[in-house]
Structure formats: structure tokens, C-alpha cells
Design a binder for this molecule. Structure first.
Ligand code: NAD
Length: 462
């Protein structure tokens, strides 16, 4: 795999300050496929300085020109779509058709949406005797995870550039090659030097240096709740703006009037896709007691079909973490109806698609984020019970409701403490705000709401 031996800072690939590097491993066969430099605080400092120096001129660039650069970025990503899909497959292990259909297409759609929003957004409004200006927040420190390696980057960088902010990105250590391809696309798109900078490296080293850097005005982080909490504390001490997209434990609520077979099939597909490494995955399926056994049988059969279809999880640590949760589910009395903790293949970080029945809301597997292909089915007695279970975790990122009538599903969705709800299998919308209630995060990404995260207001009175 192609790998750059440097950091993209101030419009060029520059040698790293230190000599450390990170091996990139293919999760399918555990082979090293490349290496990238492990950035230090010195690299982060150089990148932040470049971003600060580029800020005044990029912030003053007319929105139409910023929109043109984003449109060029969309085109540069599109031109490289096969190379990006191959790279995501190599470093994340996701099957190629899924990389093409989701890992590449979704971020291209998001980049396109911000090219349009930058061109049409009103950066100025009249409020009585005031003119309210919407100005860029400043230098953004973006820290992203590996699960949707390009999407997580584009969901931060595109709105930040549209707003007139400059960016330093620290991508996940498991998927830095995709981030390097993104930097090449930014370069090809003619984005001025210093507006976007990339520092690869370890979270506790380069990530922490970025979150702590006094030259960063806004830290936008996607990842685990544990790291998010420490980043928020650091940012809070410095009175910096912080945006957090964290974990989830979403409920898929199947009301008694729903088309059960469809709801279960779509629900299983949702959890198995990307090998369960989706923060918004509906990992808890809630079914009325009367239809519970039927749902369990449908889910077990559906999950078994994913055995040959899903890729591995991202690394050995993640595989052990997921297997640990499966073992804990068994130990706490849940009933395995598909899959299990045994490794299905000799090589690669594979986990069998796993389904648990007889899960109670208090069990660890019903409370904690597993981030693997593991689904729990929970029975409920009535609608109030379903709502109590659905809202009964510290998370609130996403969810789903199925019912015979849309209005019935919507009435239930209104009472859910969560940031996104798909009604009867509603489609992903790249313009709809995405983000969490409760410990799932602070702030929203995507669409106009995502752009607003990178803007601050100034009121002029007349
Ligand atoms: P992680 O929190 O370990 O890492 C995320 C990023 O933070 C990586 O770039 C990592 O290098 C960096 N990081 C780690 N420690 C750091 C530190 N001390 N200071 C600064 N940066 C640091 O998470 P992960 O394992 O990469 O991703 C899985 C988690 O991310 C899951 O919990 C998942 O739910 C969550 N996630 C949430 C969303 C969302 O939109 N809400 C999306 C994807 C993933």
C-alpha cells in the first residue's frame, strides 16, 4: 500500500520531527501493509502554527470561493474512489463492495453537501437593529476514529473549511493511509497551504498534544466516551469549544403492529454491517413478549447468513474486547442463539455474527458499547416498558422504531432520548443533524447544523 513518509503541513509533505512510526496492519490476514510516521508534540505544533498563519486569509475568502474548493475536493475524492476503497479495505478489513458503497460514497456525498452549503449559507442576518455576522471559530483540532475512516474526517473537515476555519487532523492510528489519501485530495483541490494539515500519530501523544495546544480554538473529537471525557476536561480548563461524537447503545423498538420479519431483517443487517463497528448501530432489539420467540428465531437465521459476508474487526485488541463481552453475556445468563466467542477462522480478526436472546436491561451486554457484530434481543411487556428499556442506558445516539402506522412510530420516537431515529427503516440523510443525547456527545455533525458548530456570532448594532 502506498504510504507517505511525512506529515502534510503548510501545503507539503514534510519529514516528521521524530523517528517513530506506526505499522498499518491488514485485519484480514494480519500482515503489515505500510507504515506512517508517529507524530510528536513538535509536529503538532508545526501544524497548528501553519493553520494559524493561514486562518486570516482563509476566513476572509469569499464563501463562493470556499465552496469552489470544496466542490474540487468532492471531485478529487471521486477521481480517487477506487484507490480509497481499496485502501479502506486493506486497513479496516471491510469487504470491497461495502467500502465502495458506504466508506467512499457517503463522504463524497457529505463533501458535495458542504460545497453547496458554503455557497448558499447566509453568513449574515438582520435581527432588529443588529447585523449578526457568522464568523469562523478559528483553528480546529480534529481527532477521528477508524470505524468510518474517510467519513469521520470529511464530516469534520468539510464543514470547518466551509465555515472559514483552518484544520489540523489527527486520524486514528489503525487507518492513517486513508487520511493520507484525503490530504492528497485536499492538495489536488487547490486548498491553500496551511488551511488543512495532517499529523499521523498515537492518541495519547499526537492526539493529546493537539487537544491541549493553546493555538487550537475548537477540538472536534469522535471516538470513545472515555477519551472524549478527558478531551472535554482539557478543553474546558482552557475555555475552548469542544464537539464530541461518542459511543452509542441504540434501541431498535419493534412495536406489536410492525412487520416483524422486515424489522428483524433490517435490524440484523444494521448491526452486522461494518462488522458491528458503527456507533449508531441498533445493538438492542426490543420485541413485545408475545412476538419475542418468533423474533429470536428470525434473528438467529438472519445472522447466520452474515458469517461469510462480514469482514473482521479492526485489530486484535478489538477482537479480544468483543469476545470478552460475548463471554460475559453468557456468564450473566443470556442465551446464545447464533455465533459465540470462538474465533471462526485461524487468521484475521474475525468474530462470528452473534445473537443473544433472554437479555435483561441490566446485563453488561445491554448497557455497554461492544463495537462488534453482536445483537441482543430484549422482550418488553408494554409500550411504557419498551420506552423505559430504550431510554435506560447512558447513551442516546440513534435508534429505530417500527410500527404498522408511521404516526404510531413517530409518537414513540418523540419520547426517545436520542439524537436520530429511523422510522420503519428510513434512509440515511447526509443533511440531517447527527449527534448524541446524554453521554453520546455534545454538538451535531452534518448539514447546516454541522456547519453551525464551526461558526461563532458577532452582533453589530445600528
Ligand atoms: P478512541 O477514543 O480510542 O480513539 C479515537 C481517536 O482519539 C483516535 O484518533 C485516537 O488516536 C485518539 N485518541 C486516543 N486517546 C487520546 C487522547 N488521550 N487524547 C487525544 N486523542 C486520543 O476510539 P476508537 O477505538 O478509535 O473508536 C471506537 C469508539 O469511537 C467507539 O466507542 C465508538 O462508539 C466511537 N465512535 C463514535 C462515533 C460517533 O459519531 N458518535 C463515530 C465513530 C466512533
Amino acid at each position: 500500500m502506498k504510504a507517505q513518509n511525512g506529515m502534510y503541513i503548510d501545503g507539503a509533505w514534510r519529514p516528521a520531527a521524530g523517528t517513530g512510526y506506526i505499522d498499518v496492519v491488514n485485519p484480514v490476514d494480519e500482515q503489515v501493509i505500510g507504515r506512517v510516521p508517529a507524530g510528536t508534540a513538535e509536529d503538532v505544533d508545526a501544524a497548528v502554527r501553519a493553520a494559524r498563519a493561514a486562518l486570516p486569509s482563509w476566513a476572509a475568502t469569499p464563501p463562493a470561493e470556499r465552496a469552489a474548493r470544496l466542490a474540487a475536493l468532492r471531485d478529487a475524492l471521486t477521481a480517487r474512489k477506487d484507490e480509497i476503497a481499496g485502501t479502506v479495505t486493506a486497513e479496516l478489513g471491510s469487504p470491497l463492495p461495502f467500502s465502495q458503497a458506504v466508506h467512499v460514497s457517503m463522504p463524497i456525498a457529505v463533501a458535495a453537501s458542504y460545497a453547496e452549503l458554503a455557497a448558499t449559507h447566509l453568513f449574515e442576518e438582520q435581527v432588529g437593529n443588529s447585523t449578526v455576522l457568522q464568523e469562523p471559530v478559528g483553528v480546529v483540532g480534529a481527532i477521528t476514529p477508524w470505524n468510518y475512516p474517510l467519513h469521520q474526517i470529511v464530516a469534520k473537515v468539510a464543514p470547518a473549511l466551509a465555515a472559514g476555519c483552518t484544520v489540523v487532523l489527527k486520524p486514528a492510528e489503525d487507518t492513517p493511509l486513508t487520511a493520507q489519501l484525503f490530504a492528497e485530495a485536499v492538495h489536488e483541490a487547490g486548498v491553500p497551504a496551511g488551511v488543512f494539515n495532517l499529523v499521523t500519530g498515537l492518541g495519547p501523544v499526537a492526539g493529546q498534544a493537539l487537544a491541549e495546544h493553546p493555538g487550537v480554538d475548537l477540538v472536534s473529537f469522535t471516538g470513545s466516551t472515555a477519551v472524549g471525557r478527558s478531551i472535554a476536561a482539557t478543553a474546558g480548563a482552557a475555555i475552548k469549544t469542544v464537539a464530541l461524537e461518542l459511543g452509542g447503545k441504540s434501541a431498535n423498538v419493534i412495536l406489536p403492529s410492525a412487520d416483524l420479519a422486515r424489522a428483524v431483517h433490517v435490524g440484523v443487517a444494521n448491526v452486522m454491517s461494518n462488522s458491528g463497528q458503527t456507533c449508531s448501530a441498533w445493538t438492542r432489539m426490543l420485541v413485545h413478549r408475545e412476538r419475542y420467540d418468533e423474533a429470536v428465531a428470525l434473528a438467529a437465521t438472519a445472522a447466520a447468513k452474515y458469517g461469510e459476508r462480514i469482514g473482521p474487526v479492526v485489530n486484535a485488541k478489538q477482537r479480544e474486547r468483543v469476545r470478552g463481552y460475548i463471554a460475559q453475556g453468557v456468564a450473566e445468563g443470556a442465551r446464545l442463539v447464533a455465533g459465540g466467542p470462538e474465533a471462526p477462522r485461524e487468521r484475521g480478526y474475525y468474530i462470528s455474527p452473534t445473537v443473544f436472546a433472554d437479555v435483561t436491561p441490566e446485563m453488561t451486554i445491554a448497557q455497554e458499547e461492544i463495537f462488534g457484530p453482536v445483537l441482543s434481543l430484549l422482550p418488553y411487556e408494554d409500550e411504557e416498558d419498551a420506552l423505559r428499556i430504550a431510554n435506560g442506558t447512558v447513551y442516546g445516539l440513534a435508534g429505530a422504531v417500527w410500527a404498522g402506522e408511521v404516526a404510531e412510530a413517530v409518537a414513540f420516537a418523540r419520547r426517545m432520548d436520542t439524537g436520530q431515529v429511523d422510522i420503519n427503516g428510513g434512509r440515511f440523510n447526509p443533511l440531517a443533524p447527527f449527534g448524541g443525547y446524554k453521554q453520546s456527545g455534545v454538538g451535531r455533525e452534518l448539514g447546516a447544523h454541522g456547519l453551525a458548530e464551526y461558526l461563532q456570532t458577532k452582533s453589530l448594532q445600528f
